[in-house]
Design a binder for this molecule. Structure first.
Ligand SMILES: *Cc1c(COP(=O)(O)O)cnc(C)c1O
Length: 217
């Protein structure tokens, strides 16, 4: 697979769902991928990338940013308070806001820095103990808390449990977002982005289907 095939599949999924082709933003998840694969996707004109770790992103993106203009980075992995400043300097969007402490840290820094990335609240739709994210029952309260802190909450994000039908989780996330007046839905990965688009995804996070399998060795 590759970038152009994923774009074509996204357009098809949009058409099938009665949505405009430009309706869904593709975040190319470059975590762990070798530089040459990332450069190849940049050379094909893509500019929106997702990274899991602040440290890894800080190590590789400044060099790319010297050679390619208009790069937009999304943080899709967990965020520690002590990395919040660095994350807010480097990323245009953060998809992993999931607890009051990090919301408060971001709010404080946003005041000081005079800008704030777009934010998504991560929801643990499957209520999995090992997984990050606000529990479904806590979403409305947490979103209200974020609004009270003046945070620019754009929408909700989820990573469904691997062994369950993701569409049910996508539908649940869409319902929670609508109920809270949020238009952004960050959902869908390599194996299920078409189903996410059918359920209203505005941002899909696709890694291995664009770049190839990740080699953690
Ligand atoms: C790694 C990752 C992705 C991309 O996963 P693929 O299956 O390679 O598409 C998407 N979202 C998050 C949060 C990730 O950590």
């Amino acid at each position: 697979m590759g970038l152009s095939e994923i774009r074509a599949r996204m357009d098809k999924a949009c058409a099938a769902a009665g949505r405009a082709p430009g309706d869904v933003e593709l975040i190319a998840v470059s975590k762990v991928q070798p530089e040459d694969r990332v450069a190849s996707v940049l050379d094909q004109g893509h500019r929106i990338f997702g990274e899991n770790r602040v440290q890894e992103a800080a190590g590789r993106w400044p060099a790319f940013q010297e050679c390619y203009s208009g790069i937009i980075l999304h943080l899709i992995g967990p965020l520690q308070s002590n990395k919040a400043r660095q994350a807010m300097e480097m990323f245009q969007a953060i998809h992993s806001v999931d607890r009051p402490k990090i919301a408060q840290a971001i709010a404080r820094l946003a005041q000081e820095m005079g800008h704030c990335p777009d934010l998504f609240v991560q929801v643990n739709t499957g209520e999995e103990p090992q997984k990050a994210g606000v529990l479904p029952g806590d979403v409305d309260g947490f979103v209200a808390e974020c609004h009270a802190l003046d945070l620019p909450i754009k929408g909700l994000m989820c990573i469904p449990p691997v062994e369950e039908e993701p569409s049910l989780h996508f539908a649940l996330l869409a319902k929670m977002a609508a109920r809270n007046g949020l238009s952004g839905l960050s959902m869908g990965m390599s194996g299920d982005f078409e189903r996410a688009i059918a359920q209203g995804a505005t941002h899909v996070r696709v890694g291995s289907a664009i770049f190839g399998e990740r080699d953690y060795g």
